[in-house]
Design a protein around this ligand. Sequence first.
Ligand code: ADP
Ligand code: MG
Length: 495
Amino acid sequence: MSYLFMKGINKSFPGVRALKSVDFEAEKGEVHAIAGENGAGKSTLIKILSGAYQPDEGQIYLDGKQIKISDPHSGRTQGISVIYQELSLVPYMTVAENIFLGNMPSRLGAVRRSQMSKRAKEALEGIGFELNPSSLVKDLSIVQQQAVEIAKVLVEDAKIVVMDEPTALLPAREVETLFRVINTLRERGVTVLYISHRLNEIFEMADRVTVLKDGSKVGTVRPSDINQDGLVQMMIGRKPADRIYWSPERVEKLKDAPAVLEVEGLVGEENLHEVSLALRQGEILGVAGLVGSGKSELVQCIFGGKQPISGVIKVRGKEIKMISPRTSIRNKVGFLPADRKHQGLVLGMTIKLNATLTALPQFSKLGVVNQKKEDEVVSEQIEKLRIKCYSQNQQVDTLSGGNQQKVVMAKWLLPECEVLMFDEPTRGIDVGARSEIYELMIDYANQGGAIIIVSSDTQELLAVSDRIVVMGQGKMTGSFSREEATEDKIVRAMF
Ligand code: ADP
Ligand code: MG
């Protein structure tokens, strides 16, 4: 029997079978990824392992013995620790205090304190971190905080460490640091279960990967025995759409297209220094750059969500005098923010209300909304964008990330925007929904819409853009036609 064996796990919630007779096995000292689309059951499986949920049926065996995990505390004492995306550290306590929170070394007073510091330092060094045990946690970077959490569970003698999307909030350069820590855990015989949406990470780190789909296990494979397309196919149950959506024909057609948006010498308050660009009708322009390069501020300033200090913005050749979201909307320029949950949508409202938010005047006559027409066009959008929902009166916060993003798209397609600016359009969205969003973008562009897509995912930019510009320190540091653009060139221009 495997070191960890979760056998025949069933779990239902009202209206959904979240896990259907899932058998999950992991070995000692193995890094085992768990993959699957949103809603596949990944989190439910690890919540059952951690004791946060009880299974309806099934058993769990660890190291040959059946164990009962009645709650998360009982999970931890039996060696199963979960590191959640929202870390559970206390920001105003020291590194050492956090590591020993809830399990202080026994002797009291000064001795205990120095002993605590020493053991905290050792635990951190054990995973390759030099941190001062008396620093406050709030002053650490995210990866350092993760290290403190990991040191904490090691002090508690964790046998299994579960990480639910640990890299989602990490800047790219810190991901490698986390991977080093994970490697150390593996060498020390700790089993690491790792949920991730990022396929390249699974291929880089995992010894094996188990794929879930709709609550069932599809299979467990070694990354070396499969490629990315194969893994995607397991996750979505069909062949992945071609990962490159861009085509030379598209670029050819754009040659004679008129400019729809022109930006000249745009300067922003934070980190935007005299940026100029022109966007043609039907064109998809990718904007690459690191966090803090000014790429988000660029689109925010064009839309008017942030006020530029100076610069000229022209839409269809006409200068916009007062730059604001209201004038942008009037000029048919839409913006889909990175933080769609707080800025793109009103979460407590229905799909219908969110979708018609910017298009309401279209349905009103003398202040009275034509409900029938509104229902009709929203239904049309739901069908066109393939938004998975049971009714247009469903609240948007009950939808998956991909479907929420489609509602934000509907909100800008209904008023027939001619320019759409996306900031990190697929962050936190699973592969299946991601390719649907790319397809929708291409459709929109083929019908004459123009797109600016800001993304820290270079692969994403290469997949859809007709042209890619790179930003660094508030300036444009590179510009590539799609033919000449490569990941290497883009990354070099970022630095
Ligand atoms: P994943 O982590 O793979 O995205 P989850 O395990 O979170 O998937 O969810 C699996 C299914 O169970 C989904 O349909 C989800 O809506 C449902 N689900 C998860 N947790 C709950 C809950 N506490 N109450 C009701 N339904 C839930
Ligand atoms: Mg989850």
